[in-house]
Design a protein around this ligand. Structure first.
Ligand SMILES: [Zn+2]
Length: 459
C-alpha cells in the first residue's frame, strides 16, 4: 500500500468551493466534539464513546441538517460529514488508548482538510453482492482527476498510471491545495544492495556521517530560507495581528503578511522534506542493514543550544522514513541502545575515554588511533555487539507516549467543568454565549440538542 499526493490546479471558484467543504468538515467535527463533551454530563446513561458519536451523528443528520438555519449544508456532499465524524471517533479512540492528547477543536487558522469517499457500489439486484471494484473511483493517467461528489479538477502533475481509490483527502498548505489517495499497489523491493551494513551517526554540525566515511550535509538552501524568514519576521514585527479579547482586528497588511509567512514556512518544510526523502532513498538503495543511535530527541530539544539545530533537521523524520522504506527496498533498520558509548569508544582497540562535545577529533589515549569524532562513532555503531541492538519496530513501541495508559481521573479532567449537580438552567448562566459554545452554536440550541442526544443515547 502506498499513497499519492498531488497538487491541484484551481481557479478562484474551485478554491472557494474546496474552502467551503473544509469549513463544513470543520464545523461538523467541532459540533461532534462539543456534543460528545456535553453528553458526558448526562446522568444514568452508560454508553461507549463510539455509541454516543453514532447517535450524535444521527441527531445531526435528522435534526441539524434539516433545520432551515443550516440550509447551507445541503450544498456539500454528505460524505464530508460522515468522514468528519469518523475522524473524530478515531481521535477520541486514540486518546482513550493513551496514544495522543484529547482532540482539540479545529480552527480555520490551522490549515484546511477534508475527506470524501465514493459511498456506494453497484448492486446487480437487491440482496446480491456488490459488483467488485464498483465502489472505487477509477483514475486515468493524465492531468485530470474526478473527485467523488465534487466533480472534475485539474492537476499540476499527472497521475502516472491507471489506478483506483475509494477515499480522497483534500488539504491546503499555505495557498496550495493537494489531493491524496491510497493505492492498493506495492513497490517491488530492490533485491541486491551494494553494501551489507552501515552505521549512521546523526549530528548537529553535519547532518549524518556514515561509517564508510561519506557525509550527508543539510542543504544550504535551508539556511538561506530560514534567514529570509527571520528577516521577514523582524521587519513585520510591528504589524497589527489582532486580539480578539480586546476587540482588535487584524490589519489588511497584517493579513497579507500572514499569507506570505505561511508560504515561507511551507517552503522551508518542502526543502527539508525533499532533502530527507532523497537521502533516505539513496541510503536504502545502497545499504542492507542500517544501524542508528537511539536518540532521545525530546531531551536534546530541551537543551536550548541544540534545540533549534535538531528540530530543524528532522532526526525523527529521518528515522521514520528509513523505517517505512524497509518494505519498499527490503532493508533492515536497527536501533542501537541509547547508553551504548558510541562516541567515547575507540573504533580500533575498544578503549573507552570521555569525549566532551567540543572535541571534534577522537585521539585514542591507549593505541594512538586518530579519527574524526562522527566517523569514529559511525564505525562503532556499525560494529556494535548484537545484544545492544534491536529491530526498529520494537523501538517505536517503546516511544514515550505510545504505551502511556491514562488514569480514569485524567480522562475526567477533560470532561466539562459543569458538574452534574448543576441544572441545565445554571449551565446556561455559567456559559457565556458566543465564546464557550464552539462552532457558533447558540447556547440554548446546544442545550436543545443535548436533550435530543440524551434521549437518543438512552434508547
Ligand atoms: Zn584505541
Amino acid at each position: 500500500m502506498y499513497s499519492l499526493k498531488l497538487e491541484l490546479k484551481l481557479n478562484n471558484l474551485e478554491r472557494s468551493k474546496l474552502a467551503g467543504c473544509a469549513g463544513f468538515a470543520r464545523f461538523v467535527y467541532n459540533f461532534g466534539l462539543s456534543m460528545l463533551q456535553a453528553s458526558w454530563d448526562f446522568e444514568n446513561i452508560k454508553a461507549s464513546d463510539s455509541k454516543r458519536l453514532h447517535k450524535i451523528e444521527k441527531v445531526f443528520t435528522n435534526y441539524v441538517k434539516t433545520h432551515p438555519d443550516f440550509a447551507w449544508m445541503q450544498n456539500y456532499p454528505s460524505a464530508i460529514y460522515s468522514c468528519a465524524f469518523r475522524n473524530l471517533a478515531k481521535a477520541v479512540d486514540r486518546w482513550r488508548k493513551g496514544c495522543s492528547k484529547f482532540p482539540t477543536m479545529k480552527s480555520k487558522k490551522r490549515g484546511d482538510s477534508f475527506t470524501v469517499l465514493k459511498k456506494s457500489g453497484v448492486y446487480p439486484a437487491k440482496g446480491e453482492a456488490m459488483l467488485p471494484f464498483s465502489n472505487r473511483q477509477v483514475l486515468f493517467p493524465g492531468k485530470r482527476i474526478t473527485i467523488p461528489g465534487l466533480g472534475e479538477f485539474k492537476l499540476r502533475q499527472p497521475i502516472p498510471f491507471t489506478c483506483s481509490s475509494q477515499t480522497f483527502t483534500i488539504s491546503r498548505t499555505a495557498d496550495k491545495w493537494y489531493i491524496s489517495f491510497m493505492l492498493d499497489a506495492q513497490k517491488i523491493p530492490t533485491s541486491v544492495h551494494e553494501v551489507e551494513s552501515v552505521g549512521i551517526d546523526l549530528g548537529v554540525k553535519c547532518f549524518a556521517t556514515l561509517s564508510d566515511g561519506s557525509r550527508l550535509i543539510a542543504p544550504p538552501s535551508l539556511k538561506i530560507a530560514k534567514t529570509k524568514l527571520s528577516k521577514e519576521q523582524w521587519r513585520n514585527r510591528n504589524k497589527c495581528f489582532g486580539n480578539r479579547p480586546q476587540g482588535v482586528k487584524t490589519s489588511n497588511n497584517g493579513k497579507k503578511y500572514l499569507k506570505k509567512l505561511a508560504r515561507r514556512h511551507a517552503h522551508i518544510a518542502n526543502v527539508r522534506k525533499d532533502f530527507l526523502q532523497k537521502t533516505t532513498t539513496e541510503i536504502s538503495r545502497k545499504y542492507y542493514r542500517m544501524r542508528i543511535e537511539d536518540l532521545n530527541v525530546s531531551a536534546m530539544i530541551a537543551n536550548n543550544k541544540l534545540s533549534e539545530a535538531i528540530s530543524s533537521l528532522g532526526f525523527y523524520e529521518f528515522r521514520a522514513m528509513l523505517t517505512y522504506k524497509e518494505v519498499f527496498f527490503g532493508t533492515k533498520v536497527e536501533i542501537v541502545d541509547r547508553w551504548y558509548p558510541s562516541s567515547k569508544t575507540c573504533s580500533c582497540c575498544g578503549h573507552v575515554q570521555p569525549m566532551p562535545l567540543s572535541e571534534r577529533v577522537y585521539g585514542c589515549q591507549k593505541c594512538g588511533h586518530t579519527q574524526d569524532r562522527d566517523e569514529n562513532a559511525a564505525v562503532n555503531l556499525k560494529n556494535c555487539p548484537n545484544n545492544r541492538v534491536r529491530a526498529v519496530s520494537s523501538a517505536l513501541d517503546g516511544f514515550p507516549g505510545l504505551k502511556r495508559l491514562r488514569s480514569p481521573e485524567a480522562c475526567r479532567r477533560h470532561t466539562r467543568r459543569a458538574s452534574a449537580e448543576l441544572t441545565p438552567v445554571d449551565r446556561l448562566g455559567a456559559d457565556s454565549p458566543g465564546r464557550s459554545s464552539p462552532a457558533n452554536f447558540k447556547v440554548f440550541e446546544l442545550y436543545d440538542l443535548s436533550v435530543l442526544c440524551k434521549f437518543c443515547i438512552a434508547q
